[in-house]
Ligand binder design. Structure first.
Ligand code: AMP
Length: 419
């Protein structure tokens, strides 16, 4: 027996109402803020992620699904959405449009992680990006959008964690200070942090091991080392968020797991959980497009994980609207009635009425069980007598009430029942 690969899962019909609920909220949000949809490939040149997300990050070093295709090109399953959006922005000359260009995407992301609740090897992200404008008001807009998204989903108890990690001007000095701090605790670092100290010191702050978290508590903060430009930018972001009444908490240890971020970084956290369970995160990446060979072009964005959102919706017992059910199940008795029933089903569907058509040669009792489990509101029944009368029996499956309806009036009757 084959099974879905570890860390992946099928989304069965009964789960789809949650997905539709979240996807609909995402699309309405983007319409409201005028972000345009962008669909991206599932795999990209592996270098796209290595150069932007960064060698030295877990995502690239440990989690990327890399393979060679038959031409020998090294490809990777998409590890995140921002770098592909920037690649598309450059490839299609979107920098020639009025800036900023505002885009959103939705789709699967692949990371070879240790599967656990809320952590999978294939998960789905909804993300949006504003490219081509460095105004801190855009950082505030993106954070406001993220916040409004969760409010519209009716998730409660969330917080926004906010930090600034500087830019290429001020970060080197900060990293030096950070390395010095950690070097004095070298004996107590976990094996991962030993590697981070030389390869990716910013990620030291993000280690979840209690002994490393102790060291992080007294570490220098990125905000203490911001250059003038980054400091002014960060103050503006906070002022704009206050103007928009968006609540946020400053968190000097928030660094994010991807290397391309500059200045603003933020995450949306559920109540009372550790950093592992963030619902979404984002920030500014003013150096990313240049890394990909474009002109220096600022950008800011956000991405949320749909599985974690759905887990939280369920934990908070949020009811979501069920997917539409069929209006009628068409049952028949005998071959002659079957042919008439097929014609009726076809006509009703052409009239826009969702129908389940019975199959096989089972008795009426069996077909009524099928009708009930299909979730249909009505059963339309055709037997010998009905054929002779050119009328069908329409049974309301909720109340059990049934009436004879002329064949010419079925659509009208079913439509009336739907109102
Ligand atoms: P990131 O691209 O790492 O910033 O992640 C953005 C969001 O995607 C996170 O806040 C999570 O909600 C979600 N996410 C990231 N990795 C996973 C994963 N392995 N499984 C499920 N959701 C994830």
């Amino acid at each position: 027996m084959y099974k879905a690969p570890r860390g992946t899962f099928d989304i069965l019909p009964e789960e789809q109402a949650y997905w539709k609920y979240v996807e609909d909220k995402a699309v309405s949000l983007c319409r409201l803020y005028s972000y345009q949809p962008l669909s991206l490939p599932i795999f990209e040149d592996a270098q796209l992620f290595t150069r932007t997300v960064g060698g030295g990050t877990d995502i690239v070093d440990k989690e990327m699904y890399v393979f060679r295709d038959k031409s020998g090109q090294e490809l990777a399953l998409r590890t995140e959405g921002t770098a592909p959006v920037c690649r598309a922005y450059l490839e299609h000359g979107l920098f020639n449009l009025a800036q900023p260009v505002k885009l959103y995407y939705m789709g699967p992301v692949f990371r070879y992680e240790r599967p656990q609740a809320g952590r999978y090897r294939q998960h789905h992200q909804f993300g949006f990006e504003a490219l081509g404008d460095a105004d801190p008001a855009l950082d505030a807009e993106v954070i406001q959008m993220a916040w409004q998204f969760f409010l519209s989903l009716q998730l409660s108890g969330l917080s926004i964690q906010l930090n600034s990690i500087g830019c290429k001007l001020c970060r080197p000095e900060y990293l030096e200070a950070l390395k010095q701090h950690y070097a004095s605790y070298a004996q107590r670092l976990c094996p991962d942090c030993e590697v981070r100290l030389s390869r990716n010191p910013l990620r030291l702050l993000d280690c979840k091991k209690p002994s490393c978290q102790e060291i992080a508590k007294t570490a220098p903060k990125p905000t203490e080392y911001l250059c003038h430009g980054c400091r002014v930018h960060f103050e503006s972001v906070q002022r704009y968020l206050a103007t928009l009444s968006i609540p946020f908490e400053l968190n000097s240890r928030l660094v994010r797991g991807l290397d391309y971020y500059t200045r603003t970084v933020f995450e949306v956290e559920p109540q009372g959980k550790g950093g592992q369970s963030s619902l979404g995160g984002g920030g500014r990446y003013d150096e990313l497009i240049e890394t990909l060979g474009g002109n220096p072009t600022p950008g800011v964005g956000f991405a949320a994980g749909l599985e974690r959102i759905i887990l939280n919706l369920k934990a908070q017992k949020r009811a979501v609207r069920a997917l539409p059910r069929p209006v009628a199940f068409i049952a028949y008795l005998g071959e002659e009635a079957k042919i008439e029933a097929m014609k009726i089903a076809s006509e009703l569907r052409q009239a826009g009425i969702p129908i389940v058509m019975a199959t096989g040669d089972k008795g009426l009792k069996w077909q009524m069980r099928q009708a009930n489990s299909s979730g249909s509101r009505y059963a339309v029944i055709l037997g010998k007598e009905e054929l002779a009368n050119r009328a069908v029996t329409v049974r309301d499956l909720g109340s059990g009430e049934q009436n004879s309806v002329p064949m010419t009036d079925i659509a009208k009757t079913l439509k009336r029942g739907r109102e």
